[in-house]
Design a protein around this ligand. Sequence first.
Ligand code: UD1
Length: 430
Amino acid sequence: MEKYIIKGGTPLMGEVEIGGAKNSALALLAATIMTDDSVVIDNLPDVRDINVLIDAIEGIGATVKRNDRHSVCISGRTIRSFCADNEYIKKIRASYYLLGALLGKFKKAEVTLPGGCNIGSRPIDQHIKGFEALGATVVIEHGMIKVKADRLVGSHIFFDAVSVGATINVMLAAALAEGNTVIENAAKEPHIVDVANLLNKMGANIRGAGTDIIRIKGVERLHGTEYSVIPDQIEAGTFMFAAAITNGDILVKNVIPKHLEILSAKLIEVGCKIEEYDEAIRVIATDVKKSTKVKTLPYPGFPTDMQPQMTVILSMAQGTSTVIETIFENRFMYVDELTKMGAKITVEGNVAVIEGVDKLTGASLNAHDLRAGAALVLAGLAAEGFTTVEDIHFIQRGYEAFEEKLSKLGGKIEKVDSEKEEQKFKLRVS
Ligand code: UD1
């Protein structure tokens, strides 16, 4: 089983290039199948979730041509099945975007119930509410969600929860519905805007993405185009926080600083220095960090996907910090792993209280989910001695060449597959 072996204690220094946003790309890929023409998507991250979705898209009959590692050309003309069901697609959350895309184009879709990280119950009632408002019937049986409609007709939808997935899914279906749709209480994440931009480039008529009211005038058909995925806000944030955690100095390149404002603000609060450029952010850490309070919220609030990385910073800050998780109820599972490293954290319900310690010490850890896995790696890079992180397949779902990027910044980290490789690494870095 592959795992990471890490020798902590080296401040990360230098430059890192951020790839395309995984969560955006997943929705963009689904959108490509809504036209018979070819759509080229560039700046795709080469990560497991993306590759699983591309395989699923090929699996329903779409023509997929890989231009290179980060670019794909997809044509939905050859689709012959409206059913996406295989053992891999079950593992990714974003399989549900095929529902909205297929429903919009073919008025029919069957997709296996979504998986994804185990970070709490992840209902899809708002997706269903949206599809039903457009005139579809939705049935869940044998682990599949089945949606179909004779006609899709625009509607006024008020979401009861701010959901990224439901907002995108309804936007996809409504783009090809008859008449006008208004989505209220929509999510405002950068990837909502990215998906709307692609759909509009394909001929859709969507206004207001990025605000909490999105207005969609349905069109009869969409056409081909070429589109580049926005930079990954969470990958960028992870490297920004890596600088803080290891007392380093990192220039994070190919980012949209506006998308990272809340993260920069929190880094300043704990005592880091931030330099902002047009497409880059430099984080210069100080040895001593201050405690603070963090509450996860929908965009533009503090992202839940950066919560574990924030907790790692605060575990080594002076004084007592609190982290409140309001999006997913089960997102503190990694705290037990951090306490093995000497962190002092107590969790009650959705609140973590963190007493900063002077240092963390290396330990054998397990990644429980994608972002928490990345956070444990960063903790290992700061800790005294050796840390191993197992179950790194979670991390590979969302970070391209994670260990390579960290190594280039001076981190002592390697992916190993055997005891022998682990010993070799230890000898080399000791
Ligand atoms: C997406 C991201 C994930 C991120 C999350 C919040 C992808 C593939 N995943 O997940 O990385 O952590 O946004 O930024 O883009 N909810 C309902 N009913 C629904 C849908 C959601 O009650 O039908 C609730 C959820 O339980 C949660 C909240 O709404 O409390 C936000 O979930 P949502 O924004 O839908 O997250 P995902 O789209 O699954």
